[in-house]
Write a protein that binds this ligand. Structure first.
Ligand code: COA
Length: 378
């Protein structure tokens, strides 16, 4: 009998198959349902991308209009969700925790069936994040505007102002870029939960919890802080070297799968450059490019052979900052994009109907003898 493979972190293990996205870590290539990311990111509306993931094809004009109307009708939050957000804001809970708490309530309001739950989750995530952000900052939530698309609505509900087409396009490009990425930790979490024949809302709530961690979706805030702390290109080397000497990780670099530059970094870098050029704050963009160059060079020096390259989080930070979003909103905004991918994976896993249940390698003791509690000493 061949010895079973033990793979800590499931590294290198193919845990299932999917039609939703293909991540080629050596070529630095990401395919979204048959399309290269570059074709989708800056061209599709988020509604088109969600439709593509759910249906494995792009919608025609009538199908797109139907989806837009359906999301618009689902966008408002159930009363209980808003009440919860108000109570949670009083405790100044972090937005990702508030999203996790609210996610569990999103099956309310007469939503039944996995497809309808998927649409409701996608429609309502931006409403939850925007409403909570306003409550946290002592202002009242802004009702969604049925005349605006998904991405524009998010910015509108956050700021109470209709965004410019360039801003709406910026956030839309971001949401498309992070919509799906193979069996990443949060997607896999969702698939594990739904594979037990649990419901979609439970699966998505678990995924939010997985995304929150700094090794997954929580890195863009610290990545931006790092660029600000560095402040000018001539300070980059000293700052980054000191961090690496202390054994710290550089946020926004390294990836379990990509051993070349993350293709999403390229798409987001281009979107950020466009935006910063338009509003004149080119300096920050140039500083970030200089930090990136220095960080990649130093990572090669300190961690030779590891191929640590720029990941999606680095330019996420820059783009979202350019859109006026505060760092606390970065990971929740990631979730607003990824929830479409999570729901599509859940529907795929549900159709497959196979429980995910890996084995484990026991390394504890053997043959221990039972001793009654009063005979155990201390
Ligand atoms: N900065 C410095 N060193 C890093 C690093 C980084 N960003 N990423 C990995 N390394 C080092 C590790 O310290 C380790 O070195 P060692 O072998 O000398 O101990 C080696 O590279 C391998 O790291 P490992 O943790 O095994 O790789 P992984 O595949 O588990 O890590 C990440 C992937 C994303 C968790 C990791 O690269 C990381 O922590 N990056 C920073 C956080 C981040 O940007 N997250 C967003 C991901 S999209």
């Amino acid at each position: 009998m061949t010895q079973p493979i033990v793979a800590p972190g499931l590294e290198g293990i193919i845990a299932g198959s999917t039609r939703l996205s293909r991540v080629n870590g050596l070529a630095g290539e990401l395919i979204i349902a048959g399309y290269p990311l570059e074709a989708i990111a800056a061209n599709a509306t988020f509604e088109e991308t969600a439709y593509l993931l759910w249906n494995d094809r792009l919608p025609n004009a009538a199908e797109l209009a139907e989806l837009q109307a359906s999301l618009a009708s689902l966008r408002a939050l159930p009363r209980a969700t808003l009440d919860l957000l108000r109570a949670v804001a009083a405790e100044k809970v972090a937005p990702m925790d508030a999203l996790r708490m609210a996610a569990g309530t999103l099956s309310l309001g007469g939503i039944e069936g996995a497809e309808n739950e998927a649409a409701a989750l996608v429609a309502r995530f931006p409403t939850v994040v925007a409403a909570y952000w306003r409550l946290l900052n002592r202002s009242e939530p802004v009702e969604p505007d049925p005349a605006l698309g998904h991405a524009a609505n998010y910015l509108y509900m956050l700021n109470g102002q209709i965004p410019s087409p360039a801003q709406a396009r910026g956030v839309e490009t971001y949401l498309n870029t992070v919509v799906d990425h193979g069996f990443n930790a949060s997607t896999f979490t969702a698939r594990v939960i739904i594979s037990t024949a649990s419901d979609l809302v439970s699966a998505i709530t678990g995924a939010v919890g997985a995304l929150k961690g700094p090794l997954h979706g929580g890195a863009p805030g610290p990545a931006l802080d790092m660029v600000f702390e560095i402040g000018s290109a001539d300070r980059a080397e000293g700052y980054l070297r000191a961090k690496l000497e202390r054994g710290e990780r550089l946020m926004g670099f390294g990836h379990r799968v990509y051993k070349v530059r993350d293709p999403r970094a390229a798409v987001l870098s281009a979107a950020a450059e466009k935006m910063f050029q338009a509003d004149g704050d080119r300096q920050l963009y140039d500083l970030a490019r200089a930090v990136e160059e220095q960080a990649v060079a130093l990572l090669a020096e300190y961690k030779p052979g590891r191929n640590l390259q720029t990941n999606v989080e680095f330019y996420t930070a820059l783009l979202l900052h350019g859109l006026g979003l505060e760092t606390a909103l970065f990971t929740p905004t990631f979730a607003i994009g990824r929830v479409a991918g999570w729901t599509a994976h859940c529907l795929e896993q549900k159709a497959e109907g196979r429980l995910i249940r890996p084995g484990s390698d026991y390394h504890g003791g053997l043959g221990r003898l039972w001793v009654a509690v009063d005979e155990r000493g201390n």
